[in-house]
Design a protein around this ligand. Sequence first.
Ligand SMILES: Cc1cc2nc3c(=O)[nH]c(=O)nc-3n(C[C@H](O)[C@H](O)[C@H](O)COP(=O)(O)OP(=O)(O)OC[C@H]3O[C@@H](n4cnc5c(N)ncnc54)[C@H](O)[C@@H]3O)c2cc1C
Length: 407
Amino acid sequence: MNNIKDKKFTDSYDVIVIGAGPAGLSFACSLVSKNLRVLIVEKSSHKLISDPKPDGRETALTHNSLKILQKLGVWNLIDQTKVSPLREAKVFDGDSESLLNFKANKTSIDALGYLVPNNLIRLALYQKASSSNNITIINDLAVESVNTSPLIAKITLSNGEIIQSKLIVAADSRFSEIRRKMGISSTMKDFSKVMIITRVSHEKSHNQTALECFNYGHTLALLPLNGNISSVVLTVPTDEADEMLNMDEKKFCAQASEGFNGSLGEMKQIGERHSYPLVGVYAQKFRATRFALIGDAAVGMHPVTAHGFNLGLRGQDILALAIIKASENVNDIGSDAVLREFESKQIHLSRLMYFGTNGVVSLFTNDDVIAKKVRKLVLRFADRFPPVKSLITKHLTESKKSNLIPF
Ligand SMILES: Cc1cc2nc3c(=O)[nH]c(=O)nc-3n(C[C@H](O)[C@H](O)[C@H](O)COP(=O)(O)OP(=O)(O)OC[C@H]3O[C@@H](n4cnc5c(N)ncnc54)[C@H](O)[C@@H]3O)c2cc1C
């Protein structure tokens, strides 16, 4: 076990990772068994990251993410009975007839994507990283500051200790303090909305179909889990969040059931209600001298397209591959050339996705008359024009195969 507490760190490392969330841990997992010494610094306790509790998030993983997790040897550490395939997705607009429907072709691939409880992904990543000989994890200490020069990079911990490395990678959340301290500005979008999530059981089958209802005033989504169980995701204006969070369970479930036109029958809440304020973040750049940003610290997506962690996984993969290549060629892993390669690929990957998602959210949560008309047209056009739908589906599911048929 490589967790160390109350110990002096006089050593230097090849890579220091700030934050042991899903992005920081998956990046470390990408460097398992490589000839590199990796240190992860996580400010929360060992208990919190080694035994993460359910946080309400059912992370929708794309086919590409699945491949990356398999490559890291992490996928098989996840309890497969808790993985729910997503076979179909329907998008509704208000009370209108407009509908966009995506379906996986049963003859070629079995699902559009896979829903996995976020805490189980974190647990598997932690198990992989903490059992590796070249990775050390420190808990209960925050990184207070980062100092980098063309020759060396250093962090100062909250206990005053200084540790040096060739490269520092910050994965310290969308509200990254380290990003700010490194002088990297970011574009932030506060949606002034809160997402409220809980698990429910219901009478009728969901047929592994996700529902996204852009009702006027709020948004209601259903993520189908195994059995007659779903995750209900309600997005409300911030000033209504407390009322929804504290609402009596019966009333909450009745409203949710009604929101899906009673198609799933009576609902019962079977988990806690969790809430997340919705803020999107896009860093102005993803690198500085001997420093890189990954995960939400680089791009913090609005969850509606379920792409935050999927993007984070791809970003860390790009960075890890660039570092491994440099290391194998006995080049400097923290050089500008390595980080430039990572940054240009990361921009290519994320810019359209981030700003496109924000555009979709703005259109579909804007209830003025013109916006309502435009979104009806958009849905009708996308639904009736198979190439467009196929393109959206491929983009959202990150499946290379063109075997996803528009319904
Ligand atoms: C409601 C909701 C639903 C979502 N659904 C999906 C989905 O379906 N699919 C998908 O792909 N994504 C989804 N996401 C996004 C996904 O959850 C995030 O992208 C992902 O969790 C971000 O991981 P991260 O490691 O970058 O950041 P975080 O999980 O925020 O982790 C950051 C870590 O850094 C630590 N830290 C911070 N500062 C310091 C410091 N100074 N020193 C040391 N440690 C520090 C923190 O303690 C924390 O552990 C969803 C998000 C939300 C909110």
